[in-house]
Design a protein. Structure first.
Length: 631
């Protein structure tokens, strides 16, 4: 085996590494391309670093601490991040052949030569019954179904009763049976201990009991599902689902996904309350409000419950968490004059929560939702503290992945979002983020496959459609955008279709005037405006492009912190800044005005030494401004 570098124990920089062989594969660290008999694929950056570290000490044990120091620059990362990287590399080793990675108990890992290993393993795409999928992505295995997160003592045990139905009606009987099976399957994928029971009183004594009923009308099938916490009789979740009889076959999987995803949020609160107990009545009110919000879509109700409850129960960790979380989520929906008080109350609750429960990792990320995007560095530091305090926290890894995507560190975001989704595999928001990242990174077949599965679970979740659209736009793939636009019917696609068609046609014809006319309307949706921004920039119409970009990405940078806060509260939600670091925005980044466009949030972050991906392997010219500004 060729050694990847000659000076082990230093931190690994892929840009400075020479090509090397491991087993039957040849790896180019700069491009991250791996070539072997029968295949060529691109590995994720962190996985290449781990492979280099192991290959430099072939046959020797490499401690986890050394991997963290060399491959993650000493940053705090959870066990699951390292485990996921090793698992991905083991799957790659099976496909490439010639080597294997062993676990060394209580130490780390060892790479060994395996001359008898298969030299050629075909990459597999599997789709299992019930809608689970295993996706081969980026030179490794992205696991949506497969090894589930290990069940822990913190996971509530769940029993599922038979759903009551008209046993004389074959249709309702089939839906009831399929729904029960789908509930069991979906909850098992989330790591919950699940049992099917025939009556409420059983020897299992579960933490949660699921019941429901199925009914039929002349035109539809409806199913009501309720989840009850057995100790105190709290209703954790309840919802009525309905579908036309012609499409009722998809209802069981949708119910299973919905219950599993909503229970993830409820279980997080229940686990927090177990670790830091408060009055059961407080937990009941919060869970009931969350269930009602899930049922009706009224998030403001949950915020109002938390706003009234938290000041009266200052020592309740769940009440403080609920207020801090709901205040951040509801901010954009509140009237402008109520936002300052909501932010102040949310910040106070978040601070109180950290004093009550410093071991609760998801508490740390609440800070970010209560501050403007001008504080990206502080936000990242907060979330990394949360991961250090609680590596198994459900949400903070995904939240950090979202931030890293926003600042152009997509490779790291991809890894974190894989870990986050594995813990909560049917969560629609996490599925939407993964679809977007896959599209943006150029893994269109994988994105398409995951998207199709996700919309079977969540057919009315608009963010799935939006996220995939933004990912395609961020890659600048006109052909894929046209194909996707033809596929999605109705108003689920948030795009001005006629304008988008004109812009794409003008871009292909190099028709600057035509693109300008198509983009002249002042009532375009944000996704259409971004398409215009990038297309105009590619055509050399930079004045028009930056004029639109200034509207899409308004500056929050003002003369003092108070003005900055007011500017943020005027517009707490805005179009994602992540697209400014995307491949489609490359033409913008070649113009000096780009620095002005990012001066309020991204530029201070990058000049602090946290560079985006486009400044790493082959730095773009604009990157010199980041380093110069840092000096």
């Amino acid at each position: 085996m060729d050694v990847a570098a000659t000076t082990p124990n230093r931190r690994i920089d892929l840009a400075g590494e020479a090509a090397f062989r491991v087993g039957a594969a040849t790896i180019d660290p700069v491009s991250r391309d791996a070539s072997f008999e029968g295949g060529k694929e691109r590995l994720q950056p962190q996985n290449v670093k781990v492979l280099i570290a192991l290959s430099q000490k072939t046959g020797e044990a490499v401690r986890r601490e050394e991997l963290i120091e060399r491959c993650w620059d000493g940053r705090i990362v959870g066990e699951d991040v390292i485990n996921r990287s090793i698992s991905t590399l083991r799957q790659f080793a099976k496909r490439a052949g010639g080597f294997a990675i062993e676990t060394v108990p209580r130490c780390g890992y060892r790479l060994i030569e395996a001359p008898g290993a298969a030299r050629k393993i075909r990459a597999r795409w599997l789709a299992a019954a019930g809608g689970a999928a295993v996706l081969a992505v980026a030179g490794g295995w992205y696991v949506l179904d497969g090894p589930r997160p290990p069940t822990s003592a913190d996971m509530p045990t769940i029993a599922v009763l038979p759903l009551t139905e008209d046993s004389s009606n074959r249709e309702t009987h089939d839906v009831a049976g399929a729904t029960r099976a789908a509930l069991s399957y979906a909850l098992t994928q989330g790591g919950y201990p699940v049992a099917l029971v025939e009556k409420p009183a059983s020897k299992l004594q579960p933490d949660l009991l699921i019941s429901g009923d199925v009914q039929r009308t002349a035109s539809s099938i409806s199913a009501f599902v309720r989840v009850e916490e057995t100790r105190d009789g709290i209703i954790v979740y309840s919802h009525r689902f309905e579908a036309d009889r012609s499409s009722a076959g998809g209802l069981p999987d949708q119910i299973g996904a919905s219950v599993a995803a909503n229970l993830s949020s409820a279980a997080r609160l229940m686990n927090l309350d177990r670790r830091h107990p408060s009055d059961p009545a407080v937990l009941a009110q919060i869970l009931n409000a969350g269930s009602l919000a899930a049922d009706s879509g009224d998030d403001l109700h949950a915020y109002e419950v938390a706003r009234q409850l938290a000041p009266r129960t200052p020592n309740s960790a769940v009440a403080q968490f609920s207020l801090a979380s709901e205040a951040g989520d509801a901010l954009a929906e509140l009237p402008r004059d109520q936002r300052p008080a909501a932010v102040a109350a949310g910040r106070a609750a978040a601070s109180r929560l950290l004093k009550l429960a410093p071991d609760f990792g998801d508490a740390y990320g609440l800070w970010c939702g209560l501050h403007s995007s001008a504080y990206l560095t502080q936000c990242e530091d907060q979330m990394r503290r949360g991961i250090a305090a609680d590596p198994n926290a459900v949400s903070v890894a995904g939240d950090l992945g979202m931030l890293l995507n926003a600042v152009g560190r997509v490779d790291e975001a991809f890894e974190l979002d894989q870990v986050s989704l594995a813990k909560d595999p049917l969560n629609p928001a996490k599925l939407a983020k993964m679809v977007r990242l896959l599209e943006e990174e150029g893994y269109a077949p994988a994105a398409d496959r995951l998207f199709r599965q996700a919309v079977r679970w969540w057919p009315d979740y608009r963010a799935l459609y939006w996220s995939r659209l933004v990912g395609i736009e961020a890659r600048g793939d006109y052909a894929e955008l046209e194909r996707y636009e033809r596929e999605v019917d109705g108003d689920k696609l948030p795009l001005d279709r006629a304008v988008a068609a004109e812009v794409i046609a003008a871009a292909r014809a190099r028709d600057r005037a035509g693109a300008g006319r198509a983009c002249a309307s002042d009532r375009l949706r944000w996704t259409t405006q971004f398409l215009c921004v990038t297309a105009l920039a590619d055509l050399g119409e930079l004045d028009r492009s930056f004029a639109m970009a200034d509207t899409l990405f308004p500056s929050l940078r003002t003369r003092n912190a108070a003005d900055e806060e007011r500017a943020w509260l005027d517009q707490p939600s805005a179009f994602s800044i992540a697209v400014l670091s995307s491949p489609a925005a490359a033409s913008l980044r070649r113009d000096p005005r780009f620095l002005r466009l990012v001066d309020d949030a991204l530029l201070p972050y990058w000049r602090g030494g946290r560079l985006p991906d486009f400044c790493r392997a082959k730095p773009e010219p604009v990157c010199a401004s980041f380093v110069r500004g840092r000096a």
